[in-house]
Design a protein around this ligand. Structure first.
Ligand SMILES: Nc1ncnc2c1ncn2[C@@H]1O[C@H](COP(=O)(O)OP(=O)(O)O)[C@@H](O)[C@H]1O
Ligand SMILES: [Mg+2]
Length: 365
């Protein structure tokens, strides 16, 4: 039982339709559309160039009738698009209410487990209101996948939040194109969009998303404040930023009390691992001091309250990705042998304390 959540228009129907088409030859499939007519689904399939083959299409919102079709057809894969459009005759509340969403999902789950039918539920993320969002179903299903993307960007990230039968925290990176979602084979190159000229406040962070390395650009802007100093983060935790600023004040002599600090992770991705600390500190230091970090530098590492740089998991993957994308300097904690094996001779610059950071980011020739 898999739940696919996301904002309206993000591409959930596109993803499920492409998925169904890719297994159309091998699995008997029932596609239930509660939002669109069969003709609209067919039109989308035509636009995406999909061959839907033997798929059974049902435009229906009544749970009892859907269950009847499932019982009669015995499909191996069922798609419900979306759970919020379904209603059960056993309840009087409106489709989309918490009761209807929960009860319909529970009934589908019971049937799925009994018959071994793989089921994909599509759920719209909603603002608080009459329509229940996918969160009310998270405990019920086996796998929860969220679809994320920035408005105005065709980049889509699919993130597995929960997975009972496999790895969680994996991401998939896709581009939404005219003919549907395409897997992005080299996400680092996409998130980087490296400028040819280095700019102050910019540095590249070697992240790990799920089990994959991902290079992302981190930016900071430190500017004299007009009133109360503002600390604004996009894609990074604000509490963590406050801590890093205190560490910079105490251990690097960076007095930021009179400055606004803005931090941005480019490309609309959210960074939550402590390994980002050193890159964030580097970007802030670079903007504050007006010093350019050369654009061949990558940073990673956790920063402790004492200003110490702590080792993080996945150093070999991070170093390997930096090497692969042509970076020639990795500033971070001391790394394990596997990471050293991946790097060129003088690529790795280990530092143990933030006080040594400035010198290593901008070595005096
Ligand atoms: N004719 C089109 N050409 C290109 N992209 C389109 C077209 N129609 C829809 N789209 C894209 O598909 C998106 C809708 O995807 P959809 O799978 O219906 O989202 P969801 O099911 O999550 O609401 C739109 O936001 C748009 O980006
Ligand atoms: Mg849809």
């Amino acid at each position: 039982m898999t739940l696919i959540g996301g904002d309206p228009g993000i591409g959930k129907s596109t993803l499920t339709l492409q998925t169904v088409a890719s297994v159309a030859g091998t699995l008997t499939t029932l596609y239930v559309s509660g939002e669109e007519s069969a003709a609209q689904v067919a039109a989308r399939a035509a636009r995406l160039g999909l061959e839907l083959g033997q798929i059974t299409m049902l435009a229906e919102t009544c749970l009892e009738r859907i269950m009847g079709t499932i019982t009669a057809l015995r499909p191996q894969l069922v798609v419900i698009d979306s759970i919020q459009t379904l209603y059960s005759e056993a309840f009087t509340s409106a489709p989309g209410s918490v009761v209807q969403v929960r009860e319909c999902a529970a009934e589908l789950t019971r049937a799925a487990k009994q018959t071994g039918t793989a089921t994909l539920l599509v759920g719209h993320v909603t603002k608080e209101g009459a329509i229940a969002g996918p969160r009310v179903l998270e405990h019920l299903v086996d796998t929860v996948i969220y679809f994320e993307g920035e408005p105005g960007s065709n980049l889509r990230i699919i993130r597995a939040l929960k997975n009972r039968f496999g790895a969680a925290n994996e991401i998939g990176v896709f581009a939404m194109l005219e003919d549907g979602l395409r897997g992005v084979t080299n996400p680092s190159a996409l998130f980087l969009a490296r400028q040819s000229e280095p700019a102050s406040g910019n540095i590249v962070f070697a992240a790990i998303e799920g089990s994959r390395p991902l290079l992302v650009q981190v930016q900071a802007l430190v500017d004299r404040t007009g009133g109360n100093p503002r600390r604004v983060c996009t894609g990074f935790d604000g509490q963590r930023l406050a801590m890093l600023l205190a560490v910079m004040n105490r251990h690097m002599g960076c007095q930021l009390g009179g400055f606004d600090v803005f931090v941005n992770v480019v490309g609309g991705i959210r960074i939550s691992e402590p390994a980002a600390d050193l890159a964030i500190v580097s970007a802030i230091w670079s903007s504050l001091s007006g010093t350019l970090v050369p654009n061949n530098v990558v940073a990673f590492g956790e920063v402790g309250l004492g200003g110490e740089i702590r080792p993080v998991v996945g150093s070999a993957l991070r170093v390997g990705e930096a090497q692969k994308l042509g970076f020639s300097r990795v500033v971070g904690p001391s790394v394990n042998r596997a990471a050293r094996a991946r790097a060129d001779d003088d690529m790795l610059v280990s530092i143990s304390h933030v006080s040594a950071l400035a010198e290593q980011l901008h070595p005096t020739q």
